[in-house]
Design a protein around this ligand. Structure first.
Ligand SMILES: [Zn+2]
Length: 297
């Protein structure tokens, strides 16, 4: 059984970059006679834009996506994340941390792929009593390897490349890495197709899956769409939301970006005909590992 998913964050409306992740994960699920589930990654309430979650669902619906079952909202899953953190505490795998970002930057002697590596301060000295506590998991000094269906073999040493990473922030919010692993397991996800901007997160998620006794899904990381300045299309780079206007053109551009070859005749067809073509012709093997500057925005 194939169970895939699309998991947008409602920090803005759907744009071309998120559309290609939706298209790729949807086509993979459909061509495997699988299910395609939706998850709204609305953990970070302060960054959320009011109404964006329902707009994203309307945009997906307009473009002809049909998802299975109910949409899972991360904002309603705190109990599940808290239970997962408790189980890791019982296994002695996590530790509290009262360091500020500045303290870590000032005391760290190593730089990893996401900046200063946490130097383990709170494991060596007493916690600050009046400070809010974050929870970190101890990163192992072993190589985590996985085979990505598009990007090939990926290796990462969590201790040297990432360091002890946060599962629950000092402000009480659960971290993306914990939430995504708990939710993928709860939704029974077997295959994850998503943007290559998350490739560096995958070893952390595999490590958490192993520690929590979950199976590891198969991964395929699609190339990330960039604007003419070479920046990833995201809400932060003000990527234009996709609209109803020109939707056929946009959808066909998404297939082209993903290395597929939709015939020109599809320009004059409705979304339903385009999806029928897609389910008959989609090939993950045609998706490139990376893409030069996209000319779509
Ligand atoms: Zn600390």
């Amino acid at each position: 059984m194939y169970i895939g998913r699309f998991a947008p964050s409602p920090t803005g409306h759907l744009h071309f970059g998120s559309l290609i992740a939706a298209v790729a994960s949807y086509c993979e699920a459909k061509t495997h006679q699988g299910k395609w589930l939706l998850r709204m990654e609305d953990l970070d309430k302060p960054r959320e834009i009011k109404g964006a979650a329902s707009t994203i669902l309307q945009q997906l619906d307009f473009y002809g996506f049909e998802w299975d079952g109910h949409v899972l909202y991360q904002s309603q899953r705190d109990d599940a994340y808290a239970a997962a953190l408790e189980s890791l505490k019982h296994q002695n795998l996590v530790h509290p941390c009262t360091c500020t970002r500045k303290e870590i930057a000032d005391s760290s002697t190593k730089v990893g792929i996401e900046g200063a590596i946490y130097p383990g301060t709170c494991l060596k000295q007493p916690l600050k009593l009046d400070a809010a506590r974050a929870w970190r998991i101890k990163s192992p000094d072993t190589m985590i390897c996985f085979e990505d269906a598009i990007q090939g073999t990926i290796h990462q040493n969590l201790k040297h490349d990432i360091g002890d990473f946060i599962l629950k922030r000092a402000d009480g919010l659960f971290a993306y890495q914990l939430a995504v692993v708990v939710d993928d397991a709860a939704q029974g996800i077997t295959h994850i197709v998503r943007g290559a901007d998350l490739l560096d997160s995958t070893p952390r998620q595999i490590f958490l899956q192993q520690r929590m006794g979950f199976s590891t899904p198969l991964y395929a990381h699609i190339p990330v769409a960039t604007n003419p300045a070479g920046e990833k299309l995201s809400k932060q780079t003000l990527a234009e939301p996709i609209t109803a206007h020109n939707s056929t053109f946009t959808l066909l551009q998404a297939f082209k970006f993903l290395g597929q070859n939709p015939p020109d005749t599809l320009q004059h067809e409705n979304h339903q005909v385009i999806w029928q073509w897609a389910f008959a012709h989609w090939q993950l093997a045609l998706v490139p590992q990376s893409r030069a500057i996209a000319s779509f925005c």
